[in-house]
Design a protein around this ligand. Sequence first.
Ligand SMILES: Nc1nc2c(ncn2[C@@H]2O[C@H](COP(=O)(O)OP(=O)(O)OP(=O)(O)O)[C@@H](O)[C@H]2O)c(=O)[nH]1
Length: 343
Amino acid sequence: MSQPDSPRPGAAPALSTDAADGTHTRADSQLLRIRRVGRRLFGVANCVITFEALRAKAGQRTTGSAESRFCYELPPSAEPVVALDARAHPLLGEHPGVTGAPQVRFYASHPIFNHARELLGSVHLVDYAARSGFSESDRCLLSDIAALVERELQLRAVNAYQSDLEKKNKSLRRKSLVDPLLGTWNRGAIMRILNIEAVRCDKASLPLSLIVVDLDHFKKINDTYGHPAGDQVLVRIASRLRACIRPQEALGRYGGEEFLIVLPGSSSQTAAAVADRMRATIAAQPELINDATLNLSISAGVASTDLFTTATTEELISRADIALYAAKDGGRNRVVLATPEST
Ligand SMILES: Nc1nc2c(ncn2[C@@H]2O[C@H](COP(=O)(O)OP(=O)(O)OP(=O)(O)O)[C@@H](O)[C@H]2O)c(=O)[nH]1
């Protein structure tokens, strides 16, 4: 058991511009497929997909296919464009890619929109031979290709939105389980862990032990050095307690300055030894907080199912609590193991 250590649908998805150059990412393989279909269907030199979001970047590029650069140099169009011979087309006739290299002749394009009818880009057909016609059914086919691209982009936006939501969910869930000051499990989480481990240990006929730890004279620290210094002390103590347990064991904040440690599979003797190691570690080294050297100590109560074989988790906590108060009564800086005889 380890310790607790958006885009909207319709937003522009991650894209790369010219898959034919080998610059496409894995996500672009679907766009590459659509371009291949367009090229084959119309028998053109290239079928290019441009994106308005990439226009500025694409304009600075010196790499990429001649067709892709040509398409990015054209002004965006929210309407389909067909030029059977670009030399005679009012928009394209003076274009340097038509008057000079690479001497584009046939050109057609269809816009791509998002769900809000914002122009995202276009699908372009580019060829080096002029054509005598582009039928109504050709126009429909080009529009279908643009619709396929729109569909693909929508899918990507939904996927991005979903994974963003999943991330947020995970982080919210984590926040709901972790103490914000100490980074340990909070009370609800450690209780859930305790209950889950109790069932698991019972099934596997393993003992389950728990330790309740309480800082000694903590009120005095708050009163003398202030609440923020008290908070710092709690953070340091939590970190030092965590260092005393194994990954399959769990540390939670049970109350203000009280911790609950769950040790699945540990006997009462082992748990008492762990608790004493915690006690000795805290007592051995003072904490330096705001230039003040603080000698700290903890008291702990330990209870285990190997001594209370029929105890529920609540009874076990209650046994550990009684043992903790016995440790306090006994002078603090000590560990008391709850036994059936001691109650
Ligand atoms: N700084 C800080 N103090 C807290 C927090 N939670 C609880 N406390 C304080 O912890 C103190 C606990 O005081 P007491 O219950 O009297 O216990 P104590 O002074 O440690 O005395 P003993 O347990 O008998 O040794 C109180 O002053 C609480 O205000 C916290 O998150 N931060």
